[in-house]
Ligand binder design. Sequence first.
Ligand code: ASP
Length: 435
Amino acid sequence: MTTQETGTGKKRHFLSFWTGMKLWQQIFIGLIAGLIVGAILGPSAAAIKPIGTVFINLIKMLIVPLIFVSLVCGVTAMHDANKMGRIALKTIVIYLMTTAVAITIGLGLGTLLQPGAGIDITAASTVEAREAPTLVDTLIGLFPTNPIAAMANGSVLQIIVFAILFGIAINLAGEAGAKIRQFFEWMAEVIYKLTGVIVALAPYGVFALMAWVAGTYGMDVLLPLGMVILAVYLGCVIHAIVVYGGAISLVAKLNPIRYFQGIAEAQAVAFTTTSSSGTLPVTMSCTQKNLGVSRGVSSFVLPLGATINMDGTALYQGVCALFVAQAFGISLGFDQYVTIILTATLASIGTAGVPGAGLIMLSLVLTSVGLPLEGVAIIAGIDRILDMARTALNVTGDGMVSVVVAKSEGELDEATYGRPHVLGAEDGAEEAAAH
Ligand code: ASP
């Protein structure tokens, strides 16, 4: 097959009016067009919904291979056992801690801003809240007795646990492991391509879902969705400044402003591509060239982060879970908040750094506390906008951890870190643009 050059940029051939337009622009048009069509058609716009359902199904189709393969690759990204073991521990601990904080901020803002208040979807939809599993059940349920069954059932957390163990085993298996590792890296390439193809259908899926939502629920749903957007963006800014800025200045004892300057290119790429994996090369070059992180640390911490560190995604899930609960008139107890924190933290590990992956994971978080999955379809209409912010936060977090870990390991070139630089500027233009 001649997929070589057709992967990302050239597969809009089937509808020429999209030609030259970026995917995010297409999706945005789909969103607005869906909104308008839904508003005009009213409830009969539900006839368009199957297109959206097919799109969601296709995305769901990716979940098992995508998580398994990218997580195995994340684990096998650590080669040298001793130092890597220590760096891995630090990295993973910081990743998990910041993610738990992120979702707590998300839940806090979801409680404070009440994005789902004022709409009552229960009346329009006959969805029953599901029985919530207990925390202990959730923990026990992490461990699969049969990994193939876990994959067949789409038990994401079990797949995550198996993938981590499998990845560790690959690392331990010497020459045979090296071959399998290479296989998984190739596999990951292919799966990312497939993801790209499916994500290219997003404008149509979003159009259909948006038309359905607007037609069925009208503007009543969209104003609260504005609050979801506000809550997620606000949360991302707060998390970046407080948690990342705090970690850089208090833990690494470095100037946080320099950090944000140094990572900004990666943020911009992440914001527009909504893929931490796609942004990885830029994140790497930012941390190495702008921030002085050693190659060794950045090439381990960042690929791992692109796969397992998803603070923005976790924060978004916190906001969205509360939005759905409020919109469907379901109240959540303390236990359920804890379950959301735990599930979203673990789910963020398994969220591949590709566009829209967090939306898939949202269904897991909603299910974990018995919230109706119809919420995912409502969020889907604005997911691109949310994805931009959360992906930018995701890569900002990856970069922060690489700096903190590098500093603690004596792998940070502080002269490079402290050097004033200008984002994206060509060498010659640097002086001119400074300040
Ligand atoms: N798009 C995000 C990322 O690549 C993942 C997500 O959908 O939350 O980091």
